[in-house]
Design a protein around this ligand. Structure first.
Ligand code: SER
Length: 325
């Protein structure tokens, strides 16, 4: 029987993953957790306030709910990690180590997201192979490289069934992303629908690997359900879906919203984006457990606009100078 703990459950990935997990395994079988208190805390939708760096509390929650699977999503993303490198190290590394230690003691299966941020300036930018130079220039990337090695170590030394994906930028509509260098690819939809204009923090030609949330959820499910013998990579699998530049995304949105304009005002996140690959090779994930993405750029834009437009109010032009400056 699955008793699932999701850490960082109210983040961009977690909020959609929890819905999908509860649909599949039942509401009470999925325990959400995060560092802040949320009002929806009820017996039917269990939520625990949990700081993953607090090892004792983590173990107490595991024992209380007899957890057998953890989706360990708690962590700081790339841009936030540059602003708070100590916290990024503490949460991303010590949190993962606590989860892996618990997994070893309680025979827990673990999913943990790695990232394209493991790669760096000396990695091949196009069709980045599964095994490639990893010289990240961000603290986030450093924690992901170390985290991948930790996962591999716990799998090899202690037989922990930990599985991981190097996720690209995730595009989704339920919860906005919090502090990544790929956030522009989500923010742009909100800005286009509400204001008709967006100040993009990367240059127009910046091309990054991206994935739509239904593909990301399916990748996680497929990986977690794959036969043990088919999981040959215990660091983390490259997974790809689409790859587009900021200006290609703008052009695709303009097919639906012809008046939409984008201004490019690069900030410190440009350097982070520049250090990452433009497109990665995921043939190992395809071969080992059958990974196959569905959504291309035009399908993503269609669906994002359809999902977000009923929820967002257009802001009148007269108030625009205040919000878009
Ligand atoms: N989306 C993440 C970030 O921008 C990459 O893993 O930090």
């Amino acid at each position: 029987m699955n008793r699932i703990l999701v850490t960082g459950s109210r983040g961009q990935l977690g909020s959609d993953l929890v819905v999908a997990l509860r649909r599949r395994y039942g509401a009470t079988h999925v325990i959400e957790s995060g560092r802040s208190l949320h009002s929806q805390d009820s017996a039917l939708l269990p939520y625990k306030v949990l700081d993953v760096t607090d090892n004792q509390h983590l173990q107490a929650v595991i024992e209380q709910y007899q957890i057998d699977t953890i989706y360990h999503l708690a962590g700081l993303l790339s841009a936030k990690g540059e602003q708070q490198p100590d916290l990024c190290w503490d949460v991303n590394i010590n949190g993962l180590r606590n989860v892996l230690e618990a997994a070893k003691s309680y025979q827990i299966k673990v999913f943990w997201p790695s990232s394209i941020a493991v790669f760096g300036p000396h990695t091949p930018k196009l069709d980045t192979p599964q095994i490639a130079v990893k010289d990240p220039s961000t603290m986030y990337g450093i924690t992901k490289v170390a985290g991948e090695l930790l996962c591999n170590y716990y799998a090899q030394q202690f037989g922990v069934d930990v599985r991981s994906l190097r996720l690209p930028g995730i595009i989704s509509y339920s919860t906005p992303p919090g502090g990544g260098a790929t956030d522009f690819a989500v923010e742009i939809f909100y800005a286009a629908l509400q204001y008709g204009v967006y100040n993009c923090f990367v240059r127009p030609e910046t091309r990054l690997p991206m994935m739509y949330i239904p593909d990301a959820i399916r990748a996680i499910f497929d990986l977690m359900q794959a036969d043990l013998a088919s999981i040959k990579v215990r660091t983390s699998y490259n997974v790809a879906a689409v790859s587009f530049s900021a200006e290609e995304l703008v052009a695709e949105i303009q097919k639906h919203l012809p008046d939409f304009t984008c201004r490019y005002i690069p900030d410190f996140r440009q350097a982070i984006a520049d250090s990452w690959p433009s497109a990665i090779d995921d043939s190992k994930a395809r071969a080992d457990w059958g990974w196959q993405p569905i959504y291309d750029l035009s399908a993503i834009v269609n669906d994002m606009l359809a999902k977000l437009s009923p929820r967002l109010k257009k802001v009148p032009k007269s108030t625009l100078s205040k919000v878009s400056a």
